[in-house]
Design a protein around this ligand. Structure first.
Ligand SMILES: NC(=O)c1ccc[n+]([C@@H]2O[C@H](COP(=O)([O-])OP(=O)(O)OC[C@H]3O[C@@H](n4cnc5c(N)ncnc54)[C@H](O)[C@@H]3O)[C@@H](O)[C@H]2O)c1
Length: 336
């Protein structure tokens, strides 16, 4: 690995373009060497803002390039498997945006191939692990300050959903964050999922089941409920409360300064989108990935691993089945 970690960013839509900006301005020790996107014009437009970057249209060639040390995958979920396998074949560390894949069999194939390399090369972009409030909540839990955690309540609201979102995408792309947060904060697996279908938002597209309500049961019998509401029309609002035997802790209230103005008084400011809410978390995530790769370990120690990505995918598959049948669905998980 050269002095600067030379990164290829594959997929430069909303998230990938944000990662290009982060890598080329705020992140120390890295540069964007290659930009790749299925839409060549988009790749050229993004690369134009980064003098040292060149465009390679073919993802395999971008991964294989001699001047690429590591890869950041931010293409849509269904494209991840092939791009991850290419990274593994070339022994290149990869930070892959969540979800690892959108299907469990594909995730298992990726996991198997990574094991064959004998190295950990894949880190999954569950950035909440790097958010200051999640970090503090995890510390509270690990220090035993809430006693035994018993129940967790989560709210995941977005102002609007991208046009390609359907009821399954809400599970795979949105609910998946709470799946990882549950496994990470509580330190155990989710053994079953039951999905409820509340009255759909009349303002949502017809056929879109939104909001959705999930109930997770963990291996030890804890219950986690999640309201996911991606067409809320309001702000980006992600809130988590853990209830323990000694008390509870809530993060994500977005209670900033109390503001008083002509419109009356207002508590805090709601984040408009995920880039605003989790911007610092993405910065920390990518900086720690770059540092870990430059040190020679393929992944950062607190990052979600390929197995975490696979396990989250298995929970989402159970959730999608439950969304269809209305039944409680056990999660089928192979051992790590
Ligand atoms: N961590 C987070 O909070 C977060 C937030 C948003 C998106 N994401 C993830 O980032 C990824 C991208 O999401 P987005 O919102 O940027 O989507 P997007 O639709 O805005 O961008 C996707 C880009 O990938 C390109 N593309 C499509 N197929 C490709 C392929 N096979 N190879 C290379 N490029 C391809 C498209 O042309 C587009 O430019 C998804 O996995 C998504 O779940 C994560």
């Amino acid at each position: 690995v050269s002095q600067q970690l030379r990164v290829a960013v594959i997929g430069v839509g909303a998230m990938g373009a944000d990662h290009v900006a982060r890598l080329s301005t705020r992140i120390r020790g890295a540069c964007v060497a290659v930009v790749c996107d299925a839409a060549p014009d988009r790749a050229r437009q993004i690369a134009a803002g980064v003098p040292e970057a060149r465009v390679i249209d073919d993802p395999d060639a971008a991964v294989a390039a001699a001047d690429v040390d590591a890869v950041l995958v931010a293409s849509p979920g269904p494209a991840h498997e092939a791009q991850l396998l290419a990274c593994l074949d070339h022994g290149k560390p990869v930070l892959c945006e969540k979800p690892l894949t959108t299907d469990v069999a594909a995730a298992a194939r990726v996991l198997r191939r990574e094991a064959e390399t004998g190295r950990r090369l894949i880190q999954v972009g569950f950035m909440r692990r790097y958010d200051r409030e999640y970090v503090e909540l995890k510390q509270l839990l690990d220090a035993g300050e809430l006693g035994a955690p018993l129940v967790m309540h989560c709210v995941h609201r977005n102002p609007s959903a991208p046009p390609h979102f359907d009821s399954t995408t809400i599970v795979d792309d949105s609910l998946v964050h709470e799946v990882d947060a549950t496994r990470y904060l509580l330190g155990e697996e989710i053994r079953a999922v039951t999905m409820f279908r509340p009255t759909p938002n009349p303002r949502a597209r017809a056929s879109l089941q939104d909001p959705q309500f999930a109930v997770f049961e963990t291996d030890s019998g804890r219950i986690v409920d999640v309201e996911v509401f991606v067409t809320s029309g309001v702000g980006y609002y992600v809130r988590t409360e853990v209830v323990g035997e000694l008390g509870s802790a809530t993060i994500g209230l977005d209670v900033g300064p109390v503001r008083v103005g002509a419109a009356g008084s207002q508590f805090g400011v709601l984040s408009p989108d995920y880039l605003a809410r989790f911007g610092p978390a993405y910065d920390t995530e990518v900086q720690r990935w770059v540092d870990a790769v430059r040190r020679g370990s393929g992944v950062d120690e607190i990052a979600a691993t390929a197995y975490d990505g696979y396990a989250a995918g298995a929970v989402c598959a159970a959730a999608v089945t439950s969304l269809r049948t209305g039944l409680r669905v056990p999660v089928a998980l192979a051992a790590p």
